[in-house]
Design a protein around this ligand. Structure first.
Ligand code: AMP
Length: 398
């Protein structure tokens, strides 16, 4: 059970609270927010802080601006959405800690909200730079971390600032941790992980972690092609990460050593162009021609994966099985989502795309726990704890 300080352990009347949230929302080409779930999930904490009379300074990262200001990753649209959802003002001027902002914050009324610009516009954020953490700490009395999705990262706004201010966790983190503790203190076996999506680069640590927890791992989506190449298959023009083939090989070796069964697709819906209108055929793994692009898993694979889902007792799913944004290639992801939803196992779904898929197919209510943190939930699941959570002070038992 967690024993970290929470919002309710503090008298916050008139106090300036630096609230770290995870507003790393998906944006489309036009810069519009395509899912505001992460903003909605933070509302209970913001409202509780308002009720307690705190002055709220919200901070978050968005995307990967690599330590430089970049209008494409501004939190302006997020501040606007938050304003609409809360139906109350959210002050935002596109800056981090400046003398003007400091003055503004010092003059805030109780319950008012100010939002800083994207933390990753400063290189100090991702480097967990002490001076940047000190700057953040200097505008607040108390630090509250409610960014479950970034709890596994040691950044200035997660770990750095927690060392400099009295601190606590927010309601979302409290909810996630309580849920994970309940479900995973003794996970029912067999534990099945279903991993998909495109970027192995982003998920290496996650896959590595899961090999310590799961009995079986299904790999679908574009990621499967890099693993198939690692096993010596030709995958035509499918999306692969060539430089990650050695890592895929290494992960396959670790799985074998840990007696974890890795299950890869056996057939594929392929097209000749990456388009929502492309003609397609289904081929076995051994049947790729040079121009074939794997867009989705085939029916035999769906059957194979469903059998594994039906015999699992704990299921963790992260990442789509194909290019599910194109209806024509969403069948594999939908069938797997349905099988996970219908399964009697304890089911945990993490990661933005799997959550979008569940909501696209109307299956959210049938999942035991939908986590706002893909990487963080896996790290927590492995049992090593989360650096951001460790940085928060423990309750003192009296
Ligand atoms: P990620 O950001 O790594 O979680 O990957 C999610 C993305 O993977 C989604 O946008 C999917 O369209 C994409 N994806 C899944 N399967 C494939 C595939 N076979 N080829 C290309 N992209 C894919």
């Amino acid at each position: 059970m967690f024993n970290k300080l929470t919002i309710d352990d503090y008298d916050l009347l008139g106090k300036k609270v630096l609230l770290r949230v995870d507003f790393n929302v998906p944006l489309n080409e036009q810069g519009n927010i395509t899912s505001d779930k992460r903003i909605v999930e933070s509302l209970p904490t913001i409202k509780r802080l308002q009720e307690k009379g705190a002055k709220i300074i919200i901070c978050s990262h968005l995307g990967r601006p690599d330590g430089k200001p970049n209008p494409k990753f501004s939190l302006k649209p997020v501040a606007e959405r938050l304003r609409k959802l809360l139906e109350s003002p959210v002050f935002f001027n596109g800056d981090l800690v400046t003398p003007e902002n400091r003055k503004f914050i010092n003059n805030m009324e109780n319950g008012e909200i100010f939002m800083l610009e994207n933390l990753r516009f400063d290189p100090g954020e991702e480097n967990n730079d002490l001076n940047f953490a000190k700057k953040l700490a200097s505008i607040a009395d108390i630090f509250c971390n409610d960014a479950f999705g970034t709890m596994h990262r040691a950044h200035a706004s997660t770990v750095g600032v927690a060392k400099l201010l009295p601190n606590c966790i927010g309601l979302l983190v409290q909810k996630e941790i309580t849920m994970f503790d309940k479900i995973l203190s003794k996970p029912q076996k067999p534990v099945l992980a279903i991993l998909g999506g495109a970027k192995i680069k982003d998920k290496i640590n996650m896959i590595h972690n899961i090999l310590n927890v799961a009995n079986k791992v299904i790999i679908g989506g574009a990621m499967a092609y890099t693993f198939l190449v690692a096993k010596g298959y030709n995958v035509g023009a499918s999306t692969i990460e060539k430089d990650k083939v050695p890592i895929a090989k290494m992960l396959l070796d670790i799985a074998e050593k840990n007696h974890v069964k890795i299950i890869l697709p056996v057939d594929h819906v392929v097209a000749q162009e990456f388009s929502f209108m492309a003609d397609s055929i289904t081929i076995p793994t051994s049947g790729f021609k040079a121009n074939d692009i794997g867009m989705d898993i085939g029916m035999h694979t769906i059957k194979l994966f469903k059998n594994e889902i039906n015999s699992a007792r704990t299921i963790f799913w992260n990442g789509p099985m194909g290019v599910f944004e194109f209806d024509k290639f969403s069948v594999g992801t939908r069938k797997i989502a349905e099988a996970v939803a219908e399964s009697k196992a304890t089911t945990i779904v993490g990661g933005g795309d799997s959550i979008s898929a569940l909501s696209k197919f109307g299956l959210e209510k049938k999942i035991t726990h939908i986590s706002t943190g893909g990487g963080a939930s896996l790290q927590y699941l492995e049992g090593n704890g989360l650096v951001g959570l460790k940085a928060i002070s423990d309750k003192i038992e009296v």
